[in-house]
Design a binder for this molecule. Sequence first.
Ligand code: ADP
Length: 539
Amino acid sequence: MKSTMQATELTITSLMTRGAKLFAASEVITWQGERARHGTYAEVYTRAGRLANVLRRMGVEPGDRVATLAWNNQEHLEAYLAIPCMGAVLHTLNLRLTPQQLAHIVNDAGDKVIIVDGSLVPLLAAIRAHLPTVMHVIVVGEGDTSALGDHEKYDEAVAAAPEEYDWPELDEWSAAAMCYTTGTTGDPKGVVYSHRSIWLHCFGVWGAFHLDESERLLMIVPMFHVNAWGIPYAAWMLGCTLLLPDRFLQPEPLCAFIQAEHPTFTGGVPSIFTGMLQHAVATKADLSSIKRAICGGSAVPRTLIEAFRDQLGIELIQAWGMTETSPLGCIAFPPAGISPDEEMAWRSKTGRAVPGVELRVVAEDGAALPWDGQSVGELEARGPWITGSYYGVEAPERFHDGWLRTGDVGVIDSRGYLQITDRSKDVIKSGGEWISSVELENVLAAHPAVAEAAVVGVADAKWEERPLAAVVLKPGAEAGPDELRTFLHGKVARWWLPERWTFVEELPKTSVGKQDKKLIRQMYNDGKFEVQEVGKAAR
Ligand code: ADP
């Protein structure tokens, strides 16, 4: 029997028109270093209509890719609305990639127009000659455009275009946006989101992050990466005040923005929050307007969650996801009925799947493993906002019976809480057994002298692989390998204790601010580290 329900399409256009009608006066505030620029939803909506007219004049047709190379600001939000709602595909470019990687991605996607921030023109100018599909370039704001060739200025083009745009009826399954994986564990691959997947994900974000209209939402997570975790669409749908930090993502200007505009909510990766915490503590900056902050993108150390609670009065909530999962996959709220003493143990797990997402861990032979908190396997995910393929490439090895193989390794317990212990490319297999680099890093991060630690597997004649700990100490702090090994003692299995240690000024990071373990291994193999060896592998 069929239902009696209406068959309306789930499109970004419906979210856009809702936000524009219901929340015309809601604010979009972009930080400009020392001052904020104030816009409203009404203005963003009008300018999105004008931008769609500009793109149509440039020949953009349904399905064409329009790229953005931009920071988190009002113009980027206008592009987030105009491009998908006119039926084209928003392709956000990661501005921290190398020129070669960028050129590869633009050509792979076949972008027709690029909207570039004035401050990023040199990056685009360097590869412009190698982008044959790009017909038009639009420059936002100021910048030296002499090396760029033909282009239009965003503000002038938008001001000259008509305001009215006849937004088309769209098929909910059509492509709305695309983003490339950052390639930490392989070549970058394109993931294409549909209107439907973004719409459903938006509802997932609304529920999982507990958002509503009263929220002043600071968007630290870059709009060039996985649709800024879907936050711009969810915020727009609900009428939240959007606080956009533009390119001012260092701890000092971020803290200044927070103190000027009093956000209540934010989201970002652990490395940004670690920097913010250190700066706020050192300068006694008051960040307490923020009540909740979502943190993900790599494992969130328990010590960071505790420090946010105790020193800043902020509830730091761990979430897990990836480009392929839109990205919201799971979130770590403690289960009901847990005593305050036990809470932190649950908050520092990776979390439980959000409604709509199914997770499982599987053994090497592909069999699903029990949820016993012990059986380690590869994490697989399924759901309406999880990708079922990649753009333009066959990658059968990344899928398994309709599930996405995430490349993450972990365990699920009887209550459905996931604990990621590693990425399959990063696991340390020592004498046939797995050592969790994530757990070693978390315990090391709890040592008072340690600012940051990365643990990677390196070749070992006897055990095939052993862990190498690369440690950044806090300014002025001292600790050697013996002390850190003693500190680990009793907190992890004895045979996990690393024998190889290196102390460095900083750890290499990927384009989205995660530890670049591939490079750390490479640097070790190339003899770039001064390595101290202590102790023996216990068995
Ligand atoms: P890339 O895969 O290129 O780094 P993504 O941003 O898609 O780019 O990264 C997704 C990966 O980040 C996940 O597969 C996982 O390894 C890691 N990750 C994300 N959130 C967490 C978390 N809370 N704990 C541990 N790892 C995480």
